[in-house]
Design a protein around this ligand. Structure first.
Ligand SMILES: C[S@@+](CC[C@H](N)C(=O)[O-])C[C@H]1O[C@@H](n2cnc3c(N)ncnc32)[C@H](O)[C@@H]1O
Length: 199
């Protein structure tokens, strides 16, 4: 990702945090319900209490909060480009690890986590036809022991020039090249789809 693209993401989230405070709107989610519906579909891959999980583009670490409210616990690591969101995440989750940067700034060993998830962190338009997104997904898969779950915007229903959307079937076929057990989930929201990749 280019330096100016990274800066744009960091600046946008600093402004939205100032405007909205600790609220899903600061993450550009329209509501808590929509944010948590995505979490539910991601967790449907089979994430269990006690699992070690890496959340890429974790924002406030709200996936951990949601999972705990379902009665589970996670060995949770979150990474995000935004130091402002991470400062809030650290306050709320002193028992978790948070790292600032993108996945390629980190030197995690392969298969360091049971699960690697991502929600909403590949929606920025980078003008590269999804190349960065595919690099991130490939790296996420290298880092997991059990599997990867991520969501993307659905190009069949959304074509906003400032957002990166993807054709679900094309992305699924590409993921199956990495992992034969990849499945598509697209019946929960019109503009969004999720892929599960199980090792
Ligand atoms: C829509 S928010 C979602 C946050 C969180 N996943 C959630 O659902 O509550 C997207 C997050 O991804 C982060 N982000 C965007 N691109 C990123 C990248 N390449 N690497 C790490 N974080 C990124 C943003 O800073 C932001 O916190």
């Amino acid at each position: 990702m280019k330096k100016e693209q990274r800066k744009r993401i960091v600046d946008r989230h600093r402004d939205s945090l100032l405007r909205h405070g600790y609220h899903p709107n600061a993450l550009y989610w329209s509501s808590r319900e929509i944010q948590e519906l995505r979490f539910e579909v991601l967790a449907g891959i089979g994430i269990k209490s006690g699992d070690a999980l890496l959340d890429v583009g974790c924002g406030f670490g709200d996936f951990k909060r949601w999972f705990e409210r379902q009665g589970g616990e996670l060995k949770y690591t979150g990474i995000d480009l935004s130091p402002d969101l991470l400062a809030e995440a650290e306050k709320r989750h002193p028992d978790a690890e948070f790292l600032c940067g993108d996945l390629f700034d980190m030197d995690f060993a392969e298969q360091s986590f049971d699960w690697v998830i991502l929600s909403g962190a590949l929606n920025e338009q980078l003008g590269d036809k999804g190349k960065y997104a595919r690099r991130v997904i490939k790296r996420m898969f290298a880092l997991c022991r059990k599997g990867v779950a991520f969501n993307l915007l659905d190009a069949r229903h959304l074509n906003a020039h400032d957002l990166q959307s993807h054709q679900p079937e094309e992305m699924l076929a590409w993921c199956r090249g990495l992992c034969p057990d990849a499945t598509l989930h697209d019946a929960y929201l019109k503009n969004d789809f999720t892929i599960h990749m199980r090792r």
